[in-house]
Design a binder for this molecule. Structure first.
Ligand code: ZN
Length: 141
């Protein structure tokens, strides 16, 4: 165990992930009998009303797809962060692997690859296109 950091330098976009989240009403236990009661008639726990943001099943599919990006393309997101991730071409560096070297590519080609993959998921629009830039990101776990 320990803190593990990877740094990335990418030319890419910020990906809005809100479409992969849902706000669900949380329950204090899993007994459906609790509905409408201050205390669950089955287990006796106080019934609380809270809501939480969860990833949808489509998120899992998207996440798996992004594990198989083309060489030198990185998808970076913190699973705790339900708002956005990053996707782009570049290089990374971490303690064990050292740095990676990516040849300087044709910028319009990068944009094309990103657009094509994100379009599959309905994630490419004018707003996303406007975030196309050079990013430096440190991802820690
Ligand atoms: Zn219960």
């Amino acid at each position: 165990m320990g803190i593990y950091y990877t740094s990335y330098a990418i030319i890419g976009v910020k990906v809005d992930l809100k479409k992969f989240t849902e706000v669900v009403k949380g329950t204090s236990c899993n007994h459906s009998e609790q509905e409408g009661h201050p205390f669950c008639p089955v287990c006796g726990k106080r019934v609380t009303n809270h809501s939480e943001t969860r990833w949808t099943d489509e998120w899992d599919a998207f996440s798996n797809r992004m594990d198989e990006t083309p060489k030198h393309y990185y998808y970076i997101s913190n699973n705790e962060d339900h708002d956005y991730g990053y996707f782009g071409y570049g290089s990374s560096s971490d303690r064990d692997e050292g740095e990676t070297k990516a040849e300087i590519p044709d910028i319009s080609e990068i944009k094309g690859v990103i657009e094509s993959i994100l379009t599959e998921w309905g994630l490419w629009d004018e707003k996303t296109e406007k975030t196309f830039a050079f990013y430096s990101i440190t991802d820690g776990r």
